[in-house]
Design a protein. Structure first.
Length: 265
């Protein structure tokens, strides 16, 4: 093969690689996957330096952090995540009891609010919600949504640190990012599939939805309970998936969850 053909082959191979990044909807995510971590890093440091976020100090709250790392590691140990070793999967707890939320940046920087931890009743529920959020990073929904909102060029500029003001804007918008119906369903499915390979009750996330519905808690609707699809349908979908997989019954770890909460003051 002469030089000219080698170049053509490399170009075609490159195009195929880009096409290989197409997500499950068949659309091509033009944002390169290697940049997810760089973007996540920029966005997370901007978020943490902003006034909106008070991050619990991990060196002073080792019990809480070890607990939450344990949940994350159980999910990663399933080996079901393609980006298990590509992303840092860093977890940070945000001290704010009024917000019952959790979210994940591109590249796997996970944020959990103390308000959510206190609202939940058992470890499987927190594991279910974390699985759901981690799925948004793993399946690159976060990158898709940010690209839709801000454009790939701006995001690439942010990685190279050219616009601090816009970076802060992107970071602030992160917690309110809305994903499509298909992305939410996919994240719910991942949560069930991943937890199924751990000792947790695989439908932990569903338990949380049911609690929210029962209490008609409409005040702080978090991302994972966003308007669509209907939460009732999501519970039904998760239970159906669980039942099709064999309806394995897992642990809720309610007692040790309550014990962990005593460290959260
Ligand atoms: Zn979600």
């Amino acid at each position: 093969m002469n030089y000219r053909y080698s170049v053509i082959a490399v170009v075609i191979l490159g195009l195929l690689t880009i096409a290989g990044c197409s997500n499950w909807l068949g659309k091509v995510n033009i944002f390169p996957v290697e940049q997810d971590v760089a973007l996540g890093q920029q966005v997370s440091s901007s978020f943490e330096s902003g006034t909106a976020a008070v991050v619990l100090d991990s060196s002073k709250n080792t019990v809480l952090y070890n607990y939450i790392y344990g949940i994350r590691d159980s999910i990663l140990k399933t080996n079901l995540l393609v980006h298990k070793n590509d992303f840092p999967w860093k977890v940070r707890i945000i001290k704010n009891d009024t917000i019952q939320n959790a979210f994940c940046t591109p590249g796997g920087y996970i944020y959990v609010y103390t308000g959510l931890m206190k609202y939940l009743e058992s470890e499987d529920q927190l594991a279910g919600v974390m699985g759901h959020e981690m799925a948004h990073a793993e399946k690159r929904h976060s990158t898709d949504a940010l690209t839709r909102e801000f454009g790939a060029n701006l995001l690439l500029e942010l990685i190279f640190g050219t616009s601090k003001a816009q970076l802060l804007q992107v970071a602030t918008g992160l917690a309110q990012l809305s994903f499509g119906r298909e992305a939410e369903t996919e994240a719910d499915n991942c949560s069930v599939d991943w937890l199924y390979q751990t000792s947790y009750n695989p439908v932990g996330a569903a338990g949380f939805f049911e609690k929210m519905q029962k209490e008609k808690n409409q005040v702080n609707i978090p991302e994972f309970l966003s308007t669509h699809p209907d939460p009732g349908n999501r519970v039904a979908n998760m239970k159906k998936r669980w039942s099709e997989k064999g309806a394995k019954v897992g642990q809720t770890y309610t007692e040790r969850y309550k014990k962990m909460l005593t460290y959260l003051r």
